[in-house]
Design a protein. Structure first.
Length: 217
């Protein structure tokens, strides 16, 4: 029986694409570089913001310039973190339903921890037990270290957890940590990517996650 659900953040709980694009393009504009489209940014994200900036900058850009662009990104994003960001339809209701069932809820993201905490507190106050973003010294997903740290904080074992995410990185994280991998099709990656990377099941609407929990009882 499942006692906890660990969610990815960007592309799973929140559509953050608009604000990530605005911050990335701001860092590019400062340098006289052309902006990227929404679809390009969609493909760049998922492995932390430094890699997002690396992918957005011209190939061969010096590390010092990437660092400077990353600083500009962070400053802009901090000031505009939820200008365009919205929860996906049905997500607030899903989190409320999980709380009523006594299911523990965690968020595990490759986004900087302070930004992860800020977004969850703004959009879903009181609806999560643990929020864990990028920490210095902790490997990013798909390394299972952060996932195991979250499970320890929740007090659960792998067989008691659903892992829900929208990317290949998320599905790999779940598999690496020994969790049941639920791929959501409303996020930033295709169902083919989710299946190729080990999704045990795909869901097309948030309420289907409740159905998975019901079938496990």
């Amino acid at each position: 029986m499942k006692h906890a659900v660990i969610f990815d953040l960007d592309g799973t709980l929140l559509n953050t694409l608009g604000d990530l694009r605005a911050a990335t393009n701001h860092a590019l504009e400062v340098r006289g570089l052309p902006p990227h489209s929404m679809e390009e940014i969609r493909q760049f994200i998922g492995n932390g913001i430094r890699l997002l900036i690396c992918r957005a900058m011209p190939e061969g850009t010096p590390e010092a310039e990437i660092d400077a662009a990353l600083d500009d990104f962070k400053a802009y994003y901090a000031a505009h973190i939820h200008d365009r960001t919205v929860p996906y339809d049905g997500i607030p209701q899903l989190l409320t339903a999980l709380r009523k069932r006594g299911i523990k809820v965690a968020v595990l993201s490759n986004k900087i921890d302070s930004a992860s905490q800020q977004l969850i507190e703004y959009f879903f106050p009181g609806k999560t037990d643990v929020v864990f973003g990028e920490h210095v010294g902790v490997p990013r997903k798909p390394d299972p270290t952060s996932c195991r740290m979250v499970m320890q904080q929740l007090g659960v074992q792998p067989e008691q957890v659903l892992y829900v995410g929208d990317s290949g990185t998320d599905m790999q994280t779940a598999k690496n940590a020994g969790l049941y991998a639920v791929g959501v099709t409303w996020g930033f990656r295709s169902k083919e990517v989710l299946l190729e990377n080990g999704a045990d099941v795909l869901v097309h609407r948030p309420e289907q996650i409740l159905q998975i929990l019901d079938s496990d009882e």
